[in-house]
Design a protein around this ligand. Structure first.
Ligand code: CTP
Length: 393
């Protein structure tokens, strides 16, 4: 997700400095080149050697350290970076950046950069809610266009309970990926469906399928990163809601149809990645069915959401479908694309290794109404999502 990106992680002197080690490690694993600047106070909590080992680069602390080759180090780093990620950011660095004070390696370098800056404040709750700290954060957003990640809430190292925790590594990485994404979907409203549907048999049992929702959630996340206003209609899944995305939970195919019909008129594009169950029990029993009564199930067909919604389309609205098959993938995908009147169809085979349900990768072919096909290699679902969005753009 971050291949070739150059990220400077600024680590400040707070107990959450130890969590920055996991952050630096993860950014590296996602393909970024990472350089770390520590404040002097941060070195009281974690040694520079930790970050040097994890980033595989020298760590900058001292403004006046003799450089290995001639360079003005804070300017060189300021110009090198695509992104500055300050985690944890203390009240002190926030105050310095908002006040224009540059008196150490981190504050000088951030002040000298044209790269994007993301700040993750972490401190005691009372400090975080101090009006001066809040005003400083507002200034960093409004005047400098920095992104401020809201801190998590919970039991803090000082024993207080409240806002001020450094968010989990996943949240910090997501903010970095988002800050570096192109904003070519700004002003676009995208509706995505994801996950399985669930059809109840009785208060205990239900019929569903193996969809994990990972593909649809990756699309929602990627579209949001690219600046779109995203609504995600989700069947029951075990994935955290993506930051910045409005999630509408649904259960049955009919719930999903109602939600899609409500939200579609305000959207430019519908991407139907959900695995909608084609059938439901003719009757949902009010009480638990007893095994002595047997289980002969009469089934009725569910509405085809895509077919119904494609028919409501206004000029300019785009509709994208997914097609999952175990045989004859491309002819069937082409037939469904035509029959449902879609603008794009994404075909994925269940039989390919590393593709389909539950895994983090997928192998898909994108089909267009004029018969064009683009077969993508096996890629992380986030990357597949971006390729689909590229086609839409
Ligand atoms: N779909 C839908 N409503 C349904 C079934 C499917 O909106 N009741 C959507 C899916 O979200 C997907 C596309 O239609 O985007 C194709 O789904 P797929 O299950 O591959 O095909 P079906 O239309 O169900 O056809 P078949 O059962 O013959 O494979």
């Amino acid at each position: 997700m971050l291949t070739g990106k150059k990220i400077v992680v600024g680590v400040c002197g707070g107990i959450a400095a130890f969590k920055a080690a996991a952050l630096v490690s993860r950014l590296g694993k996602l393909g970024a080149e990472v350089k770390v600047i520590m404040t002097r106070a941060a070195t009281e909590f974690v040694t520079p050697l930790t970050f040097q080992s994890l980033s595989k680069n020298p760590v900058a602390v001292d403004m006046f350290e003799e450089p290995k080759s001639w360079e003005i180090r804070h300017i060189a780093l300021a110009q090198w970076a695509d992104l500055f990620l300050l985690a944890p950011a203390t009240a002190n660095i926030i105050g310095k950046l908002a006040g224009g004070i540059a008196d150490d390696m981190l504050s000088t370098t951030v002040m000298a950069t044209h790269a994007r800056v993301v700040i993750a404040p972490a401190m005691n709750t009372a400090m975080f809610h101090n009006p001066v700290v809040q005003a400083n954060l507002q200034k960093l957003r409004d005047v400098l266009g920095y992104t401020v990640i809201a801190p998590g809430s919970g039991l803090l190292a000082c024993g207080d309970v409240g806002d001020g925790r450094l968010p989990d590594t996943d949240v910090l990485v997501d903010a970095a990926v988002c800050a570096l994404a192109p904003k070519d979907l700004a002003d676009r409203r995208i509706l995505v469906t994801a996950g399985p549907t669930v059809e109840r048999l009785d208060p205990v049992r239900y019929l569903t399928n193996h969809s994990s929702g990972k593909m649809g959630y990756a699309i929602a996340r990627a579209a949001c990163h690219r600046g779109a206003d995203v609504t995600l209609i989700s069947g029951p899944v075990h994935i955290a809601p993506p930051q910045g995305v409005v999630v509408v939970p649904t259960e049955s195919a009919r719930d999903m149809l109602a939600a899609v019909t409500t939200h579609f008129p305000a959207c430019d594009t519908l991407i139907m990645a959900a695995a909608v169950g084609d059938f439901r029990p003719a009757e949902e029993a009010a009480h638990k069915r007893k095994k002595a009564d047997g289980m002969d199930l009469a089934m009725v067909q569910n509405p085809d959401i895509l077919l119904e919604v494609a028919g409501l389309r206004q000029p300019g609205q785009r509709v994208v479908g997914f097609c999952m098959e175990t045989e004859e993938l491309l002819p069937r995908a082409q037939e469904k694309l035509r029959r449902k009147g879609l603008d794009l169809m994404v075909a994925n085979s269940l039989t390919e290794p590393g593709a389909g349900f539950g895994v983090d990768t997928n192998t898909v072919t994108i089909l267009t109404p004029d018969g064009e096909t683009e077969s993508l290699p096996n890629l992380p679902k986030y990357e597949v999502a971006n390729r689909i969005l590229d086609r839409l753009v």
